[in-house]
Write a protein that binds this ligand. Structure first.
Ligand code: AMP
Length: 290
């Protein structure tokens, strides 16, 4: 596996590969890899000839009270996992290279970023879309793969690519979960003792909504109430549970494409999850351990 830290070197590597007619796939991450990240690599390998994985904990997307300094990091382990999974080029820029000066020009994400994660984490999606735009310019991929685990982010990245004519394909991969339903996340490492069990309230709430919908309940407010009841378990502080469409608008009519999105705090850890009603939690990918 090739490893690059410089922006110019990264672009040169990509351009050399493209000159050989190779399709390039990009998997952007913040590292501390788990099976969810690695399945994005599998998809990228199916859809491209060369796979670049970026690892960059982007300060621009963390609020002043968030976990930037504490965010888990283990480059040694990530390097090994990425190489084993067949990543061709690991791009690990440092903050000074990505932001030699504080960027004055940033991507404005528009109304899709005003609610849910964007409402709780002010400025978060400006930071996300700005770094994603930079990565697209540096790596110049033909396709980039994102996880549906971060549903609002994935939909915003799709609009970024379409609205600003990046001319690349955005592929959105299903959520990878542990066998008991917990969606894999680098932040799960913060969950100790009872918190690990309490965290199951998120996927349980999604299942409760899905079951009620399959049972014939079609009223979005009734479905939301049903989910909230399940989410409000001991040790869990619910933040939101909503039924939205691909433009992150609350739905008036529920159908198979409706997405139930949820966020809650478990101890000091903030977790998010979602399900597409027609696919169901069981339609996601389950893996043993992580
Ligand atoms: P992160 O390192 O958390 O920024 O995530 C990098 C990419 O991995 C994003 O596109 C995430 O949506 C995706 N991802 C994170 N967790 C999962 C998961 N459990 N299943 C699928 N994709 C995931």
């Amino acid at each position: 596996m090739h490893e690059v830290t410089g922006l110019k070197e990264m672009r040169a590597w990509s351009r050399a590969e493209r000159a050989r007619s190779r399709r390039i796939g990009l998997v952007p991450t913040m590292g501390f890899l788990h099976e969810g990240h690695l399945q994005l690599v599998d998809r990228a390998k199916q859809r491209a000839d060369r796979v670049v994985m970026s690892i960059f904990v982007n300060p621009l997307q963390f609020g002043p009270t968030e976990d930037l300094a504490l965010y888990p990091r283990d480059l040694e382990r990530d390097r090994k996992l990425a190489a084993e999974r067949g990543v061709d080029c690991l791009f690990v820029p440092d903050t000074a290279a990505m932001y030699p000066i504080e960027p004055l020009v940033r991507v404005s994400p528009g109304p899709m970023a005003d609610t849910l994660e964007g409402a709780t984490r002010r400025g978060h999606f400006v930071g996300v879309l700005t770094v994603v735009a930079k990565l697209f310019h540096i790596v110049e991929p033909d396709i980039a793969v994102f996880g549906r685990k971060d549903f609002q982010q994935a939909m915003l990245v799709r609009r970024l690519a379409a609205d600003l004519d990046f001319g690349l394909e955005i592929d959105v991969a299903p959520t990878v979960r542990e066998l008991d339903g917990l969606a894999l996340s680098s932040r799960n490492t913060y969950l100790k003792g009872d918190d690990r069990r309490a965290a199951l309230a998120l996927s349980r709430a999604l299942r409760a909504v899905e079951q009620a919908w399959r049972g014939g309940e079609a009223d979005p407010q009734a479905l939301q109430r049903r989910g909230m009841q399940t989410l409000a378990a001991p040790g869990v502080t619910p933040e939101y549970l909503e039924l939205v469409d691909e433009q992150i608008r609350p739905v008036a009519r529920v159908d198979a494409r409706t997405v139930v999105v949820v966020a809650a705090r478990v101890g000091t850890t903030r977790l998010i999850d979602n399900v597409v009603l027609g696919e169901g939690v069981a339609g996601d990918v389950s893996v043993r351990g992580s």
